[in-house]
Design a protein around this ligand. Structure first.
Ligand code: IPE
Ligand code: IPE
Ligand code: MG
Length: 247
């Protein structure tokens, strides 16, 4: 496959899937049609990520702030997530995809949580792509939960304050054990993170594309990865060219 020789494939790609509503509006359709079409884009992107050897793909599916939307839309999005897991879990499992869910779980409706747990449990030992679904996820909420866990361990004497390091914080986030995203993509032309992976994004490359999420297909994904491949990452150090030149 031609894509296999793509240079500089990111290990972890995270995507803010935005613009479903505007995609629908531009066609005179109800917002719900945009979300429905968005699920098809999810399938294509997951398949592509697996094909080109990305290790982690994180998709922002529902934010902790999306509860502010009208009840009908919220329930629509919940329905789509449930349908996606019911319909696609077997296929994903066959393709050796491991599913992981990040976000707050305790307050999720009783018809959603068991499905998410089943998806994680069924695919736990798979070794190809890890598909991370950010659902009821908000970075500040995630950090607050992590700090509460650390605080409880300090209170109970398992940790002391001087043991709180970036690594320890990492280990208490929902993303514990995962590499930070190398690349964060947001569709629909909005240029903000909207409370997504704020801690983990410290050195992520950001690419904003104007297309709405339902239009984000394999060629567009490939073009975005090419853009990433051309970026030089420094992590606070010097550009490789400066080092070689002995500047
Ligand atoms: C992204 O599309 C889907 C979710 C946030 C769940 P939007 O629904 O935000 O679409 P726009 O931004 O209104 O176009
Ligand atoms: C971010 O999109 C959340 C998801 C893609 C799930 P939003 O559409 O909710 O973000 P804002 O409100 O435009 O910042
Ligand atoms: Mg939006």
């Amino acid at each position: 496959m031609a894509e296999a020789i793509l240079p500089n494939v990111p290990r972890h790609v995270a995507i803010i899937m935005d613009g479903n509503g505007r995609w629908a509006r531009a066609r005179g359709l109800p917002r719900t049609m945009g979300h429905k079409k968005g699920v098809e884009a999810v399938r294509e992107v997951v398949r592509t990520a697996g094909d080109i050897g990305i290790s982690y793909l994180t998709l922002f599916a529902f934010s902790s702030e999306n509860w502010r939307r009208p009840e009908a839309e919220v329930s629509d999005l919940m329905g789509l997530l449930k349908a996606f897991i019911r319909r696609d879990l077997a296929d994903l499992h066959r393709e050796n995809v491991r599913i992981r869910v990040i976000g707050e779980r305790e307050h999720l409706r009783s018809d959603i949580l068991p499905l998410l747990l089943e998806a994680e449990e069924t695919t736990r030992n798979n070794t190809a792509l890890t598909l991370v679904i950010a659902f009821n996820y908000g970075s500040r909420d995630e950090m607050a939960r992590a700090l509460r866990k650390i605080g409880e361990k300090i209170r109970d004497g398992y940790l002391t304050p001087d043991m709180v390091t970036p690594e320890l914080i990492d280990a208490h986030l929902d993303t514990a054990g995962m590499p930070d995203p190398d690349l964060i993509i947001r569709t629909s032309g909005e240029e903000r993170l909207s409370n997504f992976l704020l801690w983990q994004a410290a050195y992520s490359e950001l690419v904003f594309v104007p297309e709405f999420w339902p239009d984000f297909d394999r060629p567009l994904f490939m073009a975005t990865l090419e853009k990433f491949a051309g970026r030089e990452r420094r992590f606070g150090g010097l550009a490789a060219s400066s080092v070689l030149a002995g500047e």
